[in-house]
Design a protein. Sequence first.
Length: 307
Amino acid sequence: MTRHLLRDDDLTPAEQTEILDLALELKKDRWASKALEGPQTVAVIFDKSSTRTRVSFAVGIADLGGSPLIISTANSQLGGKETPSDTARVLERQVAAIVWRTYAQSGLEEMARGTRVPVVNALSDDFHPCQLLADLLTIREHKGALTGLTLTFFGDGRSNMAHSYVLAGVTAGMHVRIASPAAYAPRADVVAAARARAEQTAGSITLLTDPREAALGADVIVTDTWVSMGKEEEKISRLRDLGGYKVTKETMQLADADAIFIHCLPADRGYEVDSEVIDGPQSVVWDEAENRLHAQKALLVWLLGKS
């Protein structure tokens, strides 16, 4: 059976741990795996601009002995004349895996249904599971075991990052708090899926509107940009609605004394987070950015092995 990663709960708790363990091994010995030796090709498709995703997948595929084929949908038939499932049937005869950074989650699901090679969600409007593997790897490096840690996400609880923190966090056995206005709470179906998963892991999800309450005693403080790519027209309303959820020095002081700060980047400094936090001693954002490489290499090795 072909395995894909389209959303964070596609992985069981044991599988998530297996991938993170492998990521740590590959970080210690960057050349330990040549799973794509040949070289085999991996198609990496971009509907959106990218720095970290593009670099980490291209470098990671090369590290594994493979060849990254970077495709822009602006210069391909995908999204125009050709459906995701037809594109997948063309690509599967020539590539070992397909990585797609796109908008609609439905397109990824259609592509996965139509192919025999692994499909990886490199970001959609709903989820960002590759980023969460890197984030969990970073938290594990700095805090030890993930189980039982309290992580608070500040800002847009309906964003792809918040949805992924909810699902991946409870899968890891963490206590996930989402601090957002009620109108920006995570989707009900995502919350329900997380609570069902939490029954297996002793994790939890709590939705809060009071940012101070949400910060108290947290082990990990997280935020993300308030304005997603393609939604710049929402900036004024989001600044008004989310202004009270900015991560500041005071936020970090309310958290546990050893709390760390993470942000998937790019950061809109002065909006969702102050520069003194992102550049401060509790920030691990640069480790986090590097860990995209190691986590995604581990994911590709794991998916290819399971498929």
